[in-house]
Design a protein around this ligand. Structure first.
Ligand SMILES: [Zn+2]
Length: 465
């Protein structure tokens, strides 16, 4: 990765020279203070194209959109996996998801030998707090993650809001943003890393009872559709269950409820955004807004997530609010793996000795200097690489490759592999390199076995139908 490092003495010389120049030649221009806190907002199951900021026709997210307009906004970001585990592991460690498959006992957490952002920052004296509504991203066991394992490095890990709505998460999270009494210790002036994991858009799509639905209208005949439960569709697809006879209108009702979940969350996020502004946090904190994966509504023959690497499942929102950095939109493709290196760069935390597979986006943000354009993703037997224009998907399980022209065909419906041989070869080489680096040379069989085991584990825990 690219990092800006200076020797301390040299840096002191630069400051001195800069000060002399400032007094003799030009008015002093204050360097923005380096951010000291990180507020990390992770929204589970939020596909980018259902947010206004990413061009959705529906007004699902006015508050998120407004916050995005004041941020460094990445138009083209992808997650490294289509499932909470191992996508969140990759986000918090900047390691490719394959590193987390095939752990002893099919554990899901972050293994001890891989430092996470929480551990890195805690070692630097941060107060590290997580509030998670996810049944997977937990410190202690749950039905969906019997091993826990995400809590290392967090001084406080609040997980009582499991499966609960954003109001519950806010009740536990927002108190940490009280400047006068941070946490339980009023005298605590350590920098803060606050990780907030919301679960609202995750199925079943049932916004809180007292929430006025905006998009889902009427009362569909089928109870599971009325209740926003996509599982009977999954039972048919993956378990040989009966055909529930879902109509296009039923499917649209599920989408409407998903959008209502986003709109509800958006209203709740306004409370957080206001607190960040009114409490002065935007002056000395980097705020990250990210998602672990998207959601599918049968666009490619699947339901929910953890299934494929089509964009419904891996194209995610990503924006960063950085003190002293003007809001802008970035077109160059980036990945969730880049979040941790970027944070460390801006916080001035040395990355020496850490293995980070993403790269700092600071050169891209500040001078348009683009790094590697490739974005890699994984789900079950599928692997993909995208470059901002094209996307190549490989099925390690046997039936080869598909190539899509995302500019002309964002829905990934038309395979252009035969017509775009050169692009195919370039992307195939890039993907092959990534597989070799992260999963080992010539280990398609091993990767498949691990993917299969991970899938079996998720299924046995009821996370996959
Ligand atoms: Zn998730």
């Amino acid at each position: 990765m690219t990092r800006k490092t200076r020797l301390p003495l040299f840096a002191a010389g630069l400051v001195l020279t800069g000060a002399l120049l400032a007094t003799s030649c030009s008015p002093r221009r204050a360097e923005p203070a380096r951010p000291r806190n990180v507020i990390f907002i992770l929204v589970d199951t939020l596909r980018a194209d259902h947010l206004g900021a990413y061009g959705y026709a529906r007004d699902t997210s006015p508050n998120v959109d407004a916050f995005a307009r004041g941020s460094v906004f990445f138009r083209d970001a992808r997650s490294q996996a289509a499932c909470t585990f191992p996508s969140v592991n990759s986000i918090l460690t900047s390691r490719a998801p394959a590193a987390f498959l095939g752990q002893p006992g099919q554990a899901m957490g972050i293994p001890e030998q891989v430092p996470s952002l929480a551990e890195i920052l805690r070692q630097r004296g941060y107060r590290t707090v997580a509030v998670s509504a996810s049944a997977v991203v937990r410190n202690t066991p749950s039905q969906h993650n019997p091993g826990g394992g995400y809590g290392r490095g967090f001084e406080v890990f609040l997980e009582d809001c499991i499966w609960k709505a954003a109001a519950c998460v806010n009740r536990q999270a927002l108190g940490n943003l009280n400047r006068d009494a941070p946490g339980e210790n009023p005298g605590d002036d350590r920098p803060l890393f606050l990780y907030i994991h919301y679960i609202d858009p995750h199925g079943p799509y049932n916004p809180p009872k007292d929430y006025q639905l905006r998009f889902a209208k009427g009362q569909p005949e089928k109870a599971f559709i009325r209740n926003g439960n996509p599982n009977p569709i999954g039972d048919m697809l993956y378990k040989g269950g009966p055909d529930p006879g879902v109509t296009p209108a039923d499917l649209q009702h599920l989408r409407d409820l998903y959008d209502d979940e986003i709109a509800y969350l958006d209203g709740q996020l306004l409370r957080l955004f206001r607190l960040l502004e009114e409490g002065g946090w935007l002056d000395d904190s980097i705020v990250v807004f990210a998602a672990d994966h998207g959601e599918e509504f049968l666009e490619h023959g699947h339901i929910k997530h953890c299934r494929t690497v089509f964009d419904n499942e891996v194209k995610v929102p990503l924006f960063l609010r950085i003190p002293g950095v003007a809001a802008r939109a970035v077109e160059h493709p980036v990945q969730n793996l880049d979040i941790v290196p970027t944070l460390l760069d801006y916080l001035g935390v040395p990355a020496a000795g850490l293995t980070l597979e993403g790269e700092s986006l600071r050169p891209l943000i500040e001078s348009g200097k683009a790094g590697d354009p490739y974005q890699y993703s994984l789900a079950g037997p599928y692997r993909s690489v995208a470059d901002g224009r094209f996307k190549l998907i490989q099925n390690l399980g046997g039936d080869g490759f598909w190539l899509f022209d995302l500019k002309r065909d964002p829905g990934e419906t038309k395979d252009v592999l035969a017509a775009e041989r050169r692009t195919f070869h370039r992307l195939r080489d890039a993907l092959g390199g990534w597989l070799a680096r992260t999963e080992g040379q010539g280990t398609a069989d091993e990767s498949l076995r691990k993917a299969k085991e991970a899938e079996e584990k998720l299924r046995s825990l009821g996370y996959l139908e």
